[in-house]
Ligand binder design. Structure first.
Ligand code: 6GU
Length: 251
């Protein structure tokens, strides 16, 4: 049985002009994984890689238009320095952007098998595209989006992706079984969201826990949960068009 010893420590570097935004990585599951030595998280201030007195990180876009674009030089220096700190590893450079491919559980599962993630958190209208072009010739670059809305910068996405990856590392979750029933987990949950969950008391404000969950009949409980997952996916996530669990569920 694989243990946390069988897995290399995951290194995570995050470059941002708001390093304090990443403070939540000291808390909860990710914070505990850091304390346990399961991950090595290093946060970097992009402004430490600027050359001028004003610590400039942006300028106006070529071609005109609103907003500012992040300069390539500080990014080049920051990423060169991080890459040079461990030539033995091959990182994935994750660039959060609303114009990226959608980040999914499949990315999280793949990156949990690797040993090094570097996040380049842009602000403003984004990072000069030559940064992604240049580093794309040296390492794998993944421009990813959390969904179809616009955040002010990549920091929240870096937090989200980090948490999605770290909770999949062996030994990070208390119960190693619990990830297989997750929404989107590879396998039967791949295109499904989880159904409702309940705990004690069995009757609360006139609302009962579904009887099947109190039956102790594990086969019926599993079948009911799968049925609920399909129903919830059909109503809330028609974009996933989850398959029906069996012929009698078709409608
Ligand atoms: Cl990854 N970044 C930004 N700035 N906005 C987003 C996003 C990422 N995903 C959705 N909106």
């Amino acid at each position: 049985m694989p243990t946390s010893n069988a897995h290399p420590q995951l290194r995570i570097d995050i470059v941002s002009i708001f390093p304090d935004y990443l403070a939540p990585l000291e808390l909860s599951l990710v914070g505990k994984a850091r304390e346990a030595g399961q991950i090595d998280v290093r946060i970097h201030d992009l402004r430490d890689c600027t050359q001028d007195r004003h610590r400039t990180v942006d300028d106006t876009p070529y071609g005109g238009g609103p907003g500012m674009v992040m300069l390539p030089e500080p990014w080049g220096d920051a990423l060169d320095s991080i890459l040079g700190s461990d030539p033995s590893r091959t990182p994935v450079l994750v660039v959060p952007t609303p114009s990226g491919e959608r980040f999914t559980q499949a990315h999280a599962a793949k990156w949990a098998l690797g040993d090094w993630l570097i996040f380049a958190c842009g602000r403003y209208e984004g990072i000069d595209s030559r940064v992604m072009e240049h580093f794309g010739e040296r390492i794998h670059v993944a421009e990813v989006s959390l969904g179809d809305y616009v955040l002010a910068g990549g920091e929240v996405a870096a937090l989200a992706v980090t948490e999605a990856v770290v909770r999949l590392l062996p030994g990070v979750l208390g119960n190693s079984e619990s990830v297989v029933d997750d929404s989107f987990a590879p396998g039967r949950m791949a295109d499904l969201v989880e159904g409702p969950v309940y705990t004690k008391p069995p009757l609360w404000r006139g609302l009962e826990v579904p009887e099947v969950l109190l039956s102790g009949h594990h086969g019926r409980i599993e079948a009911w949960r799968l049925e609920q997952a399909h129903e919830r996916t059909r109503t809330r996530r028609p974009d996933l068009h989850g398959e029906t669990p069996s012929g009698d569920m078709a409608d």
